[in-house]
Design a protein around this ligand. Structure first.
Ligand code: MIC
Ligand code: SF4
Length: 643
């Protein structure tokens, strides 16, 4: 049987293990990316490894999340990143240059390569035919040091595309359709590969919209082949020399195939509060809307914004509604400025934001109380917009722009096909890398503002741990629930301070309870349902609880990145051997785990006494991860091996 694209690239990069689905493999990482909100911690950890220079083909540090400078914290972090990056051989993409995934696709992505990024939407790079994976900052730090990245060898699901999108249907509608089929649950250990004749009809930015939001499926990554269209995109970016063809072999095998006819795709909408709560727009049209926000790493390419501008041209946003637009990169921003699209947006009453994550991460543009916000980004978790009571819906740029004019949800298919403002991919983009600072090779003093703390350490695991189940939670607890972003983002480099906000919107008294127990020498356990830790790659959702004394998280199932982050910081991710046992545990009950060290070293189940009952769990960790847990985390583990 021939190889699919996923296995071709994995084969080229395999350094440990065998390509047997489900088994652990280690792969060589060619490129890394970080963003400022996860990057400061990743680089502090890299510094702690005592490696003089990164050992990757290219490592890029982007500033795109924390660009609102409402105090000294964010600018201090930016200066730390710039000075640190210059010393260690890392490219620094300045604030204003754009969102990491969009810029990386434009300026660094390379077909056939591997990319590891400390952001869950790193799979955006799959649009250009690379295996691009999101991970915690510490995993990225290890990869920058030349260490392999370990993952479960994936099962590969084939999404076979036929036909061509109709006018007014969009790449966003394709991924929303895929989400309605696969949902956000049960896809751990899977990669998605797009194949079929429909692929050729999609440009690289459209493909990137699809692989970007693949993150919401909980898959490890998604990938498109690298074909002529990829070559054309790279040529237009002045980088044709990095192109290579990466196609599946004839007869390549897949675990499962899902057929999608692009010609039948209808405009879709993800309803509150989950990206897989999908309906057809036609079912909800007419819904009154208070805010429209266009941008984010999912939908802010040149094509997306040029289409939006053409829809807005000569008209005015509805008086009851606020329209916000944030271009994905400085390249996109400059292009829409020079071709007049920007003027059309401004004239229509759009509020133009800088090229950054902004509204997507709740950094500004919070909707009104109970407001309905229609957005083009990828996540609509409760409270993420900054307004707890807001109802956030996710749609394509086309649907967003039309609705901004009408003040209510519009079904784009109600528009005439011949007025669709189709925008061809430009044959040349404006290329100006002056906002990306290449490493100087000289040593400069590293700037450390008062907001920057040392990365916290945990000690080796004790053989017996005792404590209290301090929190019982339901299904789909996201990292936004665990560690809110938005206004709290400024504390990303200051763990003791950020830890005060763990579960802020779920149970604000939790940090105090956990700290009080810690002071008495007691650990904290958290109890969750299905898909615990879905969403962001932020390792702060592991570090800050660990800092508060959390040593165990019990859940019905975990998301991949978060489970790995827990292990990296010495916290045990435990899955119920019998799911119904969840009902037997109450918040406030005492727990006791003994003989942990030998249990962790073995393959068997782990018995824990909770509330007087002995319950069984599977430790969600590979052999290597068990060693990491025993040593109290990946930093200890890596350092002890390097010495
Ligand atoms: C997100 O979209 O949730 C973020 C903010 O980009 C995160 C990273 C972070 O929390 O810093 C992600 O997706 O990994
Ligand atoms: Fe930024 Fe939003 Fe993309 Fe995360 S999902 S990288 S916050 S634009």
């Amino acid at each position: 049987m021939g190889d699919n694209v996923v296995y071709k690239i994995l084969k080229d990069h395999l350094v440990e293990g065998e390509l047997i689905p489900g088994s652990e493999i280690g792969i060589r990482i060619d490129q890394t990316l970080t963003q400022d909100a996860t990057g400061t911690m990743a680089y502090l950890q890299f510094e702690a490894m005592d490696i003089p220079r990164v050992r990757t083909e290219v490592s890029v540090s982007y500033v795109d999340h924390n660009t609102l400078q409402t105090g000294f914290e964010n600018p201090d972090d930016h200066r730390y990143l710039q000075t640190m990056n210059s010393n260690y051989g890392i490219h620094y993409s300045r604030a204003g240059n754009g969102i990491c995934h969009q810029v990386h696709l434009e300026r660094f992505g390379r077909p056939g390569a591997t990319l590891l990024g400390s952001d869950s939407h790193t799979p955006t790079g799959g649009g250009i035919g690379m295996i691009a994976i999101g991970a915690g900052g510490l995993d990225v730090a290890v990869a920058m040091g030349g260490g392999p990245f370990f993952l479960a060898c994936p099962r590969v699901v084939n999404v076979r595309l036929a036909g061509r999108l109709r006018p007014w249907a969009s790449a966003k509608d394709v991924i929303l359709q895929v989400l309605s089929i696969l949902t956000t649950r049960g896809n751990v250990g899977t990669m998605i590969e797009y194949t079929g004749p429909g692929v050729a009809t999609l440009t690289v930015p459209e493909r990137a919209t699809i692989t970007n939001m693949g993150a919401e499926l909980g898959v490890t990554t998604s990938v498109f082949p690298s074909d002529d269209s990829t070559r054309g995109f790279l040529r237009a970016q002045g980088r044709e020399e990095v192109w290579r063809e990466v196609l599946p072999d004839p007869g390549a095998g897949y675990e499962r195939t899902i057929e999608i006819d692009l010609a039948k795709i209808e405009p879709m909408i993800a309803c509150p509060h989950s990206p897989d709560n999908i309906r057809k727009i036609s079912e909800l049209k007419g819904m009154k809307i208070d805010q429209v926000a266009i941008g984010s790493c999912t939908n802010s390419s040149y094509r997306d914004l040029a289409v939006v501008a053409a829809i807005l041209k000569g008209r005015t946003v509805h008086p009851d509604l606020s329209l916000v637009i944030a271009p994905g990169s400085r390249q996109v921003f400059e292009m829409i400025a020079r071709d007049g699209s920007l003027a059309d947006m401004i004239a229509a009453g759009a509020r133009i934001m800088e090229s950054a994550c902004g509204f997507c991460i709740g950094a500004g543009q919070a909707p009104q109380t109970g407001g309905v916000s229609l957005r083009t980004n990828n996540r609509n978790f409760e409270g993420r917009s900054g307004t707890g009571s807001a109802q956030v819906y996710l749609v394509s740029p086309e649907s967003a722009a039309l609705s901004a004019l009408a003040g209510e949800l519009v079904d784009p298919l109600d528009m005439k096909a011949d007025v669709y403002p189709a925008v061809a991919g430009p044959t040349s983009f404006i290329i100006d890398d002056s906002m990306i600072i290449a490493p100087s090779g000289k040593t400069t003093p590293i700037f450390r503002g008062p907001n920057i703390g040392d990365p916290p350490y945990t000690g080796p695991l004790a053989d017996a741990i005792r404590g209290v189940v301090q929190l019982k939670l339901g299904d789909k607890i996201t990292t936004d629930h665990i560690m809110p972003a938005g206004a709290r983002l400024i504390y990303r480099s200051n763990i003791p301070k950020y830890a005060e906000y763990v579960f802020e919107n779920v149970d604000p008294a939790f940090p105090a309870r956990a700290l009080e127990a810690k002071a008495r020498g007691r650990y904290t356990a958290i109890l969750g349902g299905h898909s615990y830790g879905q969403g962001s790659s932020r390792e702060h959702a592991a570090i800050c609880p660990m800092y508060l004394g959390v040593r165990i998280v019990m859940a019905k199932s975990f998301e991949r990145i978060h489970a790995a982050n827990l292990v990296n910081f010495g916290v045990l991710p435990l899955v119920f051997a019998n799911e119904n046992d969840y009902e037997l545990i109450e918040q406030g009950q005492e727990f006791e785990a003994t003989g942990l060290l030998s249990l962790i070293a073995g393959e068997g189940r782990l018995g824990i006494r909770i509330g007087g009952k002995e319950l069984e769990f599977e430790l969600q960790a590979t052999r290597r991860q068990r060693e990491i847990l025993v040593e109290g985390g990946l930093l200890n583990y890596t350092r002890s091996r390097m010495q």
